[in-house]
Write a protein that binds this ligand. Structure first.
Ligand code: PGA
Length: 251
């Protein structure tokens, strides 16, 4: 059965760009952008979100944050809440990126709380999972990713999972120029879909969007996107220049 899922390409700027640079990107990208059946978004540092919303208003280009706190307000110096992002009309929020798990003490438990909070409102979560090199070399990658998926999604409903985006991002492929082969990426995305089916049922598995991320760029986007289980991409380095990012969307 061929799938009905809409391809979804999202940029992840990480900690890059000044406000001026973000504005320049957005103006240039808006000119290049052609509305196709591929869904598109840029996830950016908080200080750029209002700018991107303003410049992309009236287009179908979505805007996403890279993290959020699960409490609505309170004594959490340096944090930004889901409630604040909702107020700004933000469309997506990356949760559990491996860089946050590695450097900022993000755990499956905090990821799970953030997903539960996001599903109280309209922002679509982009949940990142993926194994590191040591785990892959030990042949444990499927077990590791399955454990993350089960823990991160604990207590969610099948209806919520249908709206979710999961990005499979092998840590060894992020920012390294080393892409997972299309077969490796497809195999793991299929495994994630099987886990979703086992826990949440067939409909949720059919509808959940599963992206690949890790050195995806114009040169390899076509072959990755042609794989049956890969519905999209989460694009770091190749989302920083409008021309590169547009080429990935045009895969
Ligand atoms: P990369 O980053 O495309 O630069 O490897 C992807 C990501 O971490 O989301």
């Amino acid at each position: 059965m061929s799938n009905m899922r809409t391809p979804f390409i999202a940029g992840n700027w990480k900690m890059n760009k000044t406000v001026r640079e973000a504005e320049e990107f957005a103006e240039a990208f808006k000119k290049l952008y052609k509305d196709t059946e591929v869904k598109t978004a840029i996830c950016a540092p908080y200080i750029h979100l209002a700018t991107l919303k303003r410049i992309f208003a009236g287009t179908s280009i979505g805007v996403g944050a890279e993290n959020a706190h699960y409490e609505d307000a309170g004594a959490y110096t340096g944090e930004v809440s889901v409630a604040m992002l909702e107020d700004l009309g933000i469309d997506y929020c990356i949760i559990g990126h491996s860089e946050r798990r590695q450097y900022f003490a993000e755990t499956d438990e905090t990821v799970n709380k953030k997903l539960h909070r996001l599903f109280q409102g309209p922002i679509v979560p982009i949940l990142c999972v993926g194994e590191n090199l040591e785990q892959r070399e030990a042949g444990r990658e499927k077990e590791v990713v399955e454990k993350q998926v089960r823990a991160d999604l604990a207590g969610l409903t099948a209806e919520q999972v249908k709206k979710l985006v999961i990005a499979y991002e092998p840590v060894w492929a992020i920012g390294t120029g080393k892409t997972a082969s299309p077969a490796q990426a497809n195999e793991m995305c299929g495994h994630i879909r099987q886990v979703i089916e086992n826990v949440f049922g067939e409909e949720a598995a059919d509808e959940v969007t599963i992206q690949y991320g890790g050195s995806m760029k114009p040169a390899n986007a076509t072959e990755l996107m042609n794989m049956e289980e890969i519905d999209g991409g989460l694009i770091g380095g190749a989302s920083l220049q409008p021309e590169d990012f547009m080429k990935v969307i045009d895969f």
